[in-house]
Design a binder for this molecule. Structure first.
Ligand code: ATP
Length: 234
């Protein structure tokens, strides 16, 4: 069995004195899509931040491709092949669409995704490539945020609520891109409120409740009732 792509072992983290994550452990093998679910405040974004080293870890380890990553700057993580699409997008709003994408490509790895392939996936971005990111609609900005992650050719992308605030038709567009993304060899962890969508997209699930892992397993083996119990307790 090869090293897992991502291995999290007894990870605890929080904000100052407030502990938000308690002893989280799981492995993600390459080629898989994991759905990270749980109620508001369960700790999903905190877990992403702790993985990316944006929050101090009070305990535990994170290994990426068998190597410990702790406190590495974002550029180093990009070169290793780890990317995050954060909630709220965080683009360079006054730079053009293409400048945003080129910056990410320059800091990432070479591989399947380049600007041309990305523009075929999201044609609207080619049309708007010279416009400042802030002039785009929310859905289009979300595509730029996803595009920035893709053109860095990562092994793993952490997607944090990419459908937040988007119209349903745009959400469909964004999720329609997932098979292309995963088909190009990228693994993913997906935080998403829409459980049906997660179940369709992810082949394994981890559910957090109040900072603790409440459920883990292959999506096919987990029923709706299991998820309800994991969200809210018995
Ligand atoms: P949501 O779906 O609402 O984004 P989440 O599962 O991502 O929820 P987190 O944002 O990780 O949850 O929050 C986990 C816990 O940490 C919550 O109790 C939250 O109030 C707390 N928390 C989050 N951000 C901060 C912060 N910057 N400072 C202090 N506490 C925080």
């Amino acid at each position: 069995m090869p090293d897992p792509l991502l291995s999290i072992d007894r990870l605890s983290s929080g904000y100052g004195d407030f502990q938000a994550l308690f002893d989280i452990s799981f492995d993600l093998q390459q080629g898989h899509v994991m759905g990270l679910i749980g109620a508001n405040g369960a700790g999903k974004t905190t877990l992403f931040k702790a993985i990316m080293g944006l929050l101090p870890r009070s305990k535990g380890t994170v290994h990426f491709q068998g190597k410990p990553i702790g406190g590495a700057p974002a550029n180093t993580l990009a070169r290793l092949g780890l990317a995050m699409v954060p909630e709220g997008r965080r683009l360079f709003r006054s730079l053009s669409v293409e400048e945003n994408l080129r910056l990410a490509a320059d800091h990432g790895r070479k591989g399947h995704w380049d600007l041309g392939k990305l523009y075929r996936l999201f044609p609207i971005l080619e049309e708007k490539r010279h416009q400042p990111a802030l002039s785009l609609s929310g859905g289009q900005q979300q595509m730029v945020a996803i595009g920035r992650a893709l053109v860095a050719n990562p092994h793993l992308i952490l997607f944090d609520e990419i459908s937040l605030g988007l119209a349903p038709v745009v959400i469909n567009d964004v999720y329609a891109a997932m098979p292309d993304i995963v088909g190009s060899g990228i693994s993913a962890i997906l935080v998403e409120q829409d459980i049906d969508r997660v179940r369709k997209t992810a082949d394994m699930l981890v559910c957090l409740r109040e900072g603790r892992k409440a459920l883990q397993g292959p999506t096919a083996a987990i029923g709706k009732h299991d998820i309800t119990v994991a969200y809210f307790g018995e």
